[in-house]
Each structure stands twice: as structure tokens, then as C-alpha cells.
Ligand binder design. Structure first.
Ligand code: B4P
Length: 182
């Protein structure tokens, strides 16, 4: 059974929600760069202080910082994993390819969650996290279109994209995901 996944999709598509379901189901390490960054902010570390204002604007935190976090976690882990919210741009994707080559752990599936902007906006507004107000959400969507969406072509070329419609309840989406990954 496959045990190395990457989740891709716009903010609010449910990457975190679905990644949690699949990781629990298959006993994988769930690495969410968003969660890890929020934990640093909460703990008041130097790294968290650097990330906080960037996240509040809906921009991307520096590649070097995010890469250092992912690298340390993957190097110290033995077993399957699921990356959620990383990579977010081509530089991160290229760095990840290099790291995974070093580890001899190629990605098996890139799950792409697709959802209408109107529904994304509604979901995030009803969640109400610090970075979930309308102006910041619109900026996050723009950052996604400009910087993250090019990754679809990057991974499609490698034959790894598994596209999933993310509308509907959590269980329905989880069922669709499990039918495209094996
Ligand atoms: P993330 O933490 O990755 O958050 P996200 O993309 O906004 O949300 P996600 O798609 O995971 O949606 P979720 O399941 O929570 O990023 C936050 C910030 O961190 C970024 O803006 C950036 O600043 C920084 N960052 C993170 N990674 C980075 C990186 N690699 N490089 C640089 N910066 C980085 O779902 C959203 C809501 O919808 C929830 O309330 C959920 O309950 C609800 N929901 C989910 N599925 C649903 C369903 N089927 N039906 C109804 N509601 C549903």
C-alpha cells in the first residue's frame, strides 16, 4: 500500500482536514507546515515571531525557514508520511525533490483538491482563524494562483496528480480520495 503522499489545493479546500483522515487511516506522519508554523507562533519562538506577520498578511513564509522544518522532520522519521501545505511554490518543490532523492523516498501520489472560490471563502470565513478575514483570504487565493498552482503542471508531468472534487461533506471527499490512491 502507498505511504508517501502530498496534498495540494487552494486555502480552505480541506487539505488539513482530509490529510488528518488519511494519515490516521494509514498510520502516516502528518506534516502540515501551516500547523507547524502556528505552533512556533504559539510557543513564542524566534522563528514564530518571523512567521507571524507574514501569515497574518496571507503571504508565504520564507522558503529557507519552511524547508528547514520539513527537512528536520523527514530526516528524523522512519516510515510513511503525508505532506500537507508543502510545497507551496516551485523553489520548495525543487528542494523537496532533492531531499527525497537523498532519502530515496519518492512521492507516490499528489492529491489535488479542487473547489470553487465562493465555497472556499465561505468555509474559511466560518472557521474564523486569525488569517481568515475576507481581505487576507483573497490575498491567500491570489498567492495560491500565482505561486502554488504552477505545481500542478510540475507534478502532472511526473504522472503523480490525482484530482479530487472537494465539494460535499468530509466523509464524501475522504471516500473520493481513497478511491484514487491505492
Ligand atoms: P495552511 O495551514 O496550510 O491552511 P489553509 O491552506 O488555509 O487550509 P486547508 O486547505 O488545510 O483547509 P482546512 O482543512 O483547514 O496555511 C496557512 C498559512 O501558513 C499560509 O497562508 C502561509 O502563510 C503559511 N504557510 C503554510 N505552509 C507554507 C509553506 N510551505 N511555505 C510558506 N508558507 C506557508 O479547511 C478549512 C475549513 O473548511 C475548516 O474550517 C474545515 O473544518 C472546513 N472544511 C474542510 N472540509 C470541509 C467539507 N468537506 N465541508 C465543509 N467544511 C469543510
Amino acid at each position: 500500500m502507498s505511504d508517501r503522499f502530498l496534498f495540494l489545493g487552494p486555502p480552505g479546500a480541506g487539505k488539513g482536514t482530509q490529510a488528518q483522515v488519511l494519515a490516521a487511516d494509514r498510520g502516516l506522519l502528518h506534516l502540515s507546515t501551516g500547523e507547524l508554523l502556528r505552533a512556533e507562533v504559539q510557543a513564542g519562538t524566534e522563528l514564530g515571531a518571523e512567521a507571524q506577520s507574514v501569515m497574518a498578511r496571507g503571504e508565504l513564509v520564507s522558503d529557507a525557514l519552511v524547508l528547514a522544518i520539513v527537512r528536520a522532520r523527514l530526516l528524523s522519521h522512519d516510515g510513511g508520511w503525508l505532506l500537507d501545505g508543502f510545497p507551496r511554490n516551485l523553489a520548495q518543490a525543487e528542494a523537496l525533490s532533492q531531499l527525497l532523492q537523498e532519502l530515496n523516498q519518492p512521492i507516490e501520489h499528489v492529491v489535488l483538491l479542487q473547489l470553487d472560490d465562493g465555497i472556499l471563502l465561505q468555509r474559511l470565513l466560518s472557521r474564523g482563524r486569525d488569517d481568515d478575514n475576507e481581505a487576507v483570504i483573497r490575498n491567500r487565493l491570489e498567492v495560491y494562483r500565482e505561486q502554488t498552482e504552477p505545481l500542478i503542471a510540475f507534478y502532472r508531468q511526473l504522472g503523480l496528480i490525482r484530482e479530487v472534487e472537494a465539494e460535499g461533506d468530509v466523509q464524501a471527499v475522504a471516500g473520493r480520495i481513497s478511491s484514487v490512491v491505492s
